[in-house]
Design a protein around this ligand. Sequence first.
Ligand code: ATP
Ligand code: MG
Length: 428
Amino acid sequence: MTESIPPIRGMNDVLPGESGAWQRLEAVARETFAEYGYREIRLPVLERTELFKRSIGEMTDIVEKEMYTFEDRGGDSVTLRPEATAGIVRACISNGLLHNQRQKVWCAGPMFRYERPQKGRYRQFHQIDVEAFGFPGPDVDAELILMSARIWRKLGLEGLKLNLNSLGTPQSRRAYREMLVEYFRARLDALDEDSRRRLEGNPLRILDSKNPAMREVIAGAPLLTDHLDPESAEHFARLRGELDASGVAYVVNPRLVRGLDYYSRTVFEWVTSDLGSQDAVCSGGRYDGLVAQLGGEAVPGIGWALGEERIVELLRLKQLAGEELAADVFIVLGGAAAEAAGLGIAEGLRDALPGVRVEMNCGGGSFKSQLKRADRSGARYAVILGDEEIAQGVAALKPLREDAAQGVVPLAGLATELARLVPGRGRD
Ligand code: ATP
Ligand code: MG
């Protein structure tokens, strides 16, 4: 026997029985973005490596060890996108979308990071991402957060907690950075290898360390929120005011720094206590310097990304995944004449009843085995066509989910009868 080819570690198949929850999440997100006036943008999954190095930052986990980077056949270094923001900014600049314009956009799709695969952490995962460009004030920060809260509400997800922080401006961060370096330098023994290396390049990222042994030394470090520049402090206070007024609960978490370099001022993260250690389901922040850093005009930006795998898992855990779509009608075909007529009759029903799920038996089989398939399909009615029915121009209609007698309906009236029996379909 020929050996089968295994899938790539950390990359998942979403099977037919599982895709309902994904579709539900994506439909809710799409609808919500439209309600807020955000428009979809679709981008390549492959970009020049330089784009991610320059935006995410050389000293980050992603760029240092998680990117899928390779040379293409033309010798260019390209990378499978590890996140969406850089590509969106690149596309906005490439297409002149930020010249005298503001943009509110969203995007969804697969991202790639070479991480250690575990529950909730994969090498190909999916994000739904939203970004706003050209809005300096905290109103859009609040809008973006409210939009995420609305998505949780629509999905029926309760108990997500919002962590909020401000990173100030690059200038105020510089002063804070020096204090931080001084603090950690006096405690070199307590730092792990990664953190020692970051001390020179990117000391703020030490605060983001996931190493439990570092927890204590991090807890004692000076707080960025105590050293904000006045404008950032005001921006942060106004954002908190907007959230208070809108009734969105949050916790100010001064240790929240986020894994990417490009953030400024507002950063936030929605976390859950239901998924173990992979607890962040949605995170984002403001990146006022990024567009210019990537060669565009000095346009402020802010956005967030939610992790679809983690939200889908929550939906599954809380039994909010939605029912798997079942057939409404299953067509059973017995005999040559019925088989010859079957496709046409099924097509006619689909024309007459848009949205109704009509499944036709393919591949023959006895009446008994076809009725078994009809039952497994979840259909509420079986339309049974034998050669005799075809000769008489009728169909037998058998209820599958209730104890009712089988009836006989003229083929000409079949669609009307099914429209009566399976109402409310096809309007969505
Ligand atoms: P984490 O702290 O869990 O590593 P992150 O800070 O790296 O998350 P972002 O880069 O902000 O995450 O991505 C936004 C969201 O994408 C996260 O909140 C999470 O839900 C999801 N996510 C990130 N990395 C993965 C992954 N490897 N597998 C599945 N989901 C992920
Ligand atoms: Mg990460």
